[in-house]
Design a protein around this ligand. Structure first.
Ligand code: FAD
Length: 497
């Protein structure tokens, strides 16, 4: 039976394990940590439950289709509900907008609160949909590094959108051209942060992202985001995948140009196929030091990272929802702090995720579990203890003013996540959340491919390679890898129910 070894049990590695097991491979996942999930962890602080990493979940059908591919009814294993409103936005001038799930209701709210014409909002969402539908099949569902991708009819569809794609403008320029209200422009620009980029540098192409949230919807999985990883690991195990924890891969083994397996602290594993779910930079630097690394790819600027304060708050705030944004006064200056000066803005935009709004069991009665996040640069040796201290103070000051209450006095549990911890816990280079940033128009093509062009049998999945970071794209990377890995000639019989 052909063997596949997957390095890392992040969401991309888990999804790849499911897909390769279904392809007939005997799959072993080797994970350095003592559990699965990578950035997707959960933990309790006293009586408060927290999802440690990702909080926003879109394109849930990408999880469903893994269960369906295995012949299962997804609803028997993984359930989720649509959020409405999706996000509650607050501006320093006191205005606020509830982003309702229905585009018409969202447009009506934006019109009422910000005075932006309803039709203009709906037209922007329609355009976002058109661009996504025209380009996703080529740019997100296929390898960009294979000739057959460019011979597919989907490319014609993508070419049809070229003039609309905004490749020659930045995301901010495109939004500011369309809307005169700076608050609504800020709301639209914020979608650049969904892959850790800067709206003042990233191409207008990123304006496809609002379609995912505003037309297709944002969802909350029963049991929290962690349930995505947990349910897929269960599925993988039922398909025969073996997960080995506390087993750090130290080398990818090769003979000539063929990958033959991996070495770990505990021994050697032979494999016909090796898939790295580890960040691509340490994959080359640590596991393949004897091979030439694709330097141009590895040198691409990293995405942003995050400072997260997990706070158990002993009060409930009826004006808050699952996702909440408290905008900065000067968005341009905020991104300059992150990407130009490599530091944290003294007036950062603050995101608060409160899962106890969706699941009361996540916090005690009349209390809330606040995941308070600020975008920051990836680690380049900054003084993180000092930046954390200053940012915590700025965040408390801002929230206390905007919510008109002394927030610090309400904190009864507290924990912190910073770029250094993200890097040490998941090997993500510099603690970047999404691999490389999309701050230039060639970024999509400069991400590492899902396969090695130098070593046969070596593949890559996860947030640091094509098509990019975030749960949906990691799931798509697994799908692309499974399409590239050779089919097994004498198929094994899997007991797929
Ligand atoms: P990772 O999660 O990076 O895991 C890689 C795994 O490989 C780790 O478990 C690591 O221990 C293991 N590993 C590394 N080296 C080795 C080795 N040598 N041997 C064995 N194992 C190894 N995405 C969204 O979609 N929505 C969000 O709202 C969102 N918010 C985020 C907020 C935060 C704070 C963070 C950190 C991320 C967020 N993301 C979000 C991004 C999302 O979490 C990631 O893109 C995704 O989880 C990355 O998955 P991955 O498959 O690349 O693996």
């Amino acid at each position: 039976m052909a063997k596949a070894v997957i390095i890392g049990a992040g969401i991309g590695g888990i999804a790849t394990a499911v897909r390769l097991a279904l392809k007939g491979y005997k799959v072993t996942v080797l994970e350095a940590n003592d559990t699965f999930g990578g950035k997707m962890q959960e933990f309790w602080l006293g009586k408060y439950r927290f999802d440690a990493g990702p909080s926003l979940f879109t394109l849930p059908h990408l999880v469903d289709e893994l269960f369906e591919a295995a012949g299962r009814n997804p609803q028997d294993h993984f359930t989720y509900s649509r959020l409405n409103p999706i996000t509650h936005y607050f501006w320093p001038d006191g205005s606020h907008v509830k982003a309702y799930a229905e585009p018409a209701a969202f447009a009506a709210e934006v019109n009422q609160e910000l005075g932006v014409p309803k039709n203009a909002v709906l037209q922007a969402l329609e355009k976002s949909k058109r661009l996504y539908t025209g380009t996703a099949d080529t740019f997100l569902q296929k390898s960009l590094h294979r000739l057959d991708t460019y011979l597919s009819p989907d490319v014609l569809k993508a070419l049809g959108c070229l003039s609309d794609l905004g490749l020659t403008t930045t995301m901010h320029q495109a939004n500011a051209k369309q809307f005169s209200d700076p608050r609504f422009v800020q709301l639209l620009d914020r979608f650049a942060t969904y892959n850790g980029s800067d709206p003042y540098q990233a191409p207008g192409t990123l304006n496809i992202i609002p379609h995912l949230e505003h037309n297709l919807g944002a969802f909350y999985p029963e049991g929290g985001i962690y349930a995505i990883a947990a349910s897929l690991v269960k599925l993988a195990e039922e398909l025969g995948v073996i997960f080995k924890y506390n087993e750090c891969v130290t080398q990818i083994l090769t003979e000539g140009k063929q990958v033959t397996g991996v070495a770990t602290s505990a021994g050697k594993y032979k494999a016909d196929v090796v898939v790295s779910n580890m960040d691509v930079v340490p994959t080359y630097r640590k596991l393949l030091p004897q091979h030439t690394a694709p330097e141009k790819t590895l040198q691409q600027p990293r995405s942003s990272s995050a400072l997260i304060f997990y706070w158990g708050i002993r009060r409930s705030f009826p004006q808050l929802h699952v996702h909440n944004i408290f905008f900065s006064q000067d968005y341009k200056a905020e991104f300059e702090h992150i990407f130009k000066y490599k530091t944290v803005s003294p007036d950062p935009t603050v995101y608060i995720n409160i899962t106890s709004k969706a699941d009361l069991a996540d916090a005690p009665a009349n209390a809330e579990n606040w995941f308070v996040m600020v975008n920051v640069p990836h680690n380049q040796g900054q003084d993180w203890p000092e930046l954390t201290r200053a940012t915590r103070q700025a965040v408390l000051q801002k929230l206390s003013a905007m919510l008109q209450t002394d927030v610090e006095a309400l904190i009864e549990e507290e924990q912190l996540l910073d770029p250094l911890l993200i890097e040490s816990r998941t090997s993500s280079f510099g603690g970047a959340l999404y691999g490389s940033s999309s701050n230039n128009r060639m970024a999509a093509f400069l991400r590492h491919p899902n396969f090695s062009s130098k070593l046969t049998g070596l593949y890559f999945c996860g947030g640091s390679v094509h098509p990019g970071g975030g749960i949906p794209l990691c799931l798509l990377s697994a799908k692309i890898v499974a399409g590239l890995v050779p089919a097994i000639v004498s198929r094994s019989t899997h007991n797929v129910k």
